[in-house]
Design a protein around this ligand. Structure first.
Ligand code: AHG
Ligand code: MN
Ligand code: MN
Length: 353
């Protein structure tokens, strides 16, 4: 009898995986590895809080609004505290941008080489109804010298400068998916052992797909290009799938192929999603997985951010579908550019009696 068959290996833990990856870079100091471990630790704690949210008084609204005028849920606030505390205690991060905080957060770690942008809990409307929610994070190397607080220039770098990005999905299982620019790997949380294990190595997203994810409740205010693209998806008999938690919609489409769209609407004239802690991190991941991300006309990661909570239209997913959406938008723009100027309205003739 093969004794090994009695006890199958449990696999590679996230910690070991991070350590191995670090060994690929002979001059790496281990600070980024430590930072990723800090985020994973906070994710485990947030996962615990989410799992018991129906049992203790942490469900529901907190009674305040964040800087973007959105009602904060208690779990938004709890997750924010957990991640900030983990990053502060870890010591590698000098400054944080969080969806839940108006201003940049100075951690006091002025020697820290990194800045983090984070959506501590994504999918607020789903927190209390047992539907998947998530955390999204993006990591940059600071550009200002160490020894003092991080600056706006450290925080407002384009997505192409990200050194790592990831998300956690608290779903039917809890997963952490991240990239450091060398492919995308996914880890599933094993509750009884309290560890993330490598479950989705080297994720590649399908080139195309048959899922489109958009909130069609706002279709009245879609631009003609976006409306035409949605019609194209219907003509192709794609499946409409929209959870309302960006992380969950993105994760599904990443694995199955498809496109997620949050366009400009009458209510959200620049789109709803935030460039620094929603769009850019997912754009980095999707590109590393072979997909594409755009604001409809431009690669998401090349947008030069102006303010921490900047929003942008978002088209992300399978490369062919994002390119298709872009072509509908370009045609619409062309049609507008070539529209003849409207005839001047004829002046009413004055009747002279
Ligand atoms: P958050 O909970 O972090 O504020 O993000 C909510 C976002 C995103 O998760 C989701 O895709 C989108 O809002 C849904 O917006 P609509 O309800 O307008 O479709
Ligand atoms: Mn969000
Ligand atoms: Mn959020």
């Amino acid at each position: 009898m093969d004794h090994n068959k009695l006890a199958l290996p449990v696999g590679t833990t996230l910690d070991r995986f991070i350590m191995r990856k670090q060994e690929d870079f002979p001059y790496a100091t281990g600070e980024l590895s430590q930072l990723l471990r800090d985020i994973a630790l906070a994710a485990k704690i947030v996962n615990r809080e989410i799992n018991r949210s129906g049992l203790i008084d942490i469900a529901g609204a907190y009674g305040s609004q964040n800087v973007q005028g959105e009602d904060q849920q208690k779990l938004d606030v709890i997750a924010n505290i957990r991640f900030i505390r983990a990053l502060r205690n870890g010591g590698e991060v000098c400054t944080i941008i969080s969806e839940e905080d108006d201003e940049m957060i100075q951690t006091g770690n002025n020697q820290g080489k990194y800045v983090v942008a984070i959506d501590p809990l994504d999918g607020s409307s789903n927190i209390d109804v047992n539907v998947s929610i998530g955390t999204i994070f993006s990591i940059y190397r600071r550009v200002s010298p160490t020894g003092r607080e991080g600056t706006a220039a450290d925080c407002l770098q384009p997505g192409t400068h990200q050194v790592a990005a990831g998300y956690v999905i608290y779903g039917s299982s809890t997963m952490l998916v991240y990239t450091t620019g060398n492919g995308v790997n996914g880890f599933t949380y094993e509750h009884s052992l309290g560890e993330f294990f490598l479950s989705h190595p080297d994720i590649i997203t399908p080139k195309t797909g048959a899922i489109y994810s958009i909130n069609e409740g706002s279709s009245d205010s879609f631009s003609p290009g976006v409306a035409a693209f949605v019609q194209y998806c219907k003509d192709q008999q794609f499946s409409a799938r929209y959870i309302g938690s960006l992380v969950a919609d993105f994760h599904r489409n990443l694995l199955k192929g498809g496109i997620y769209v949050y366009p400009a609407t009458a209510k959200n004239k620049s789109g709803k999603l935030r460039l620094m802690y929603e769009c850019n991190p997912l754009a980095f991941i999707v590109e590393q997985a072979g997909g594409k991300s755009s604001n409809g006309t431009r690669r998401t990661m090349e947008i030069e951010p102006q303010i921490p909570h900047e929003r942008c239209p978002f088209f992300i997913g399978s490369k062919e579908l994002v390119e298709k959406a872009e072509s509908f938008i370009a045609n619409d723009k062309e049609a507008c550019d070539h529209k003849p100027a409207p005839e001047p309205t004829p002046k009413k003739a004055t009747t002279v009696k």
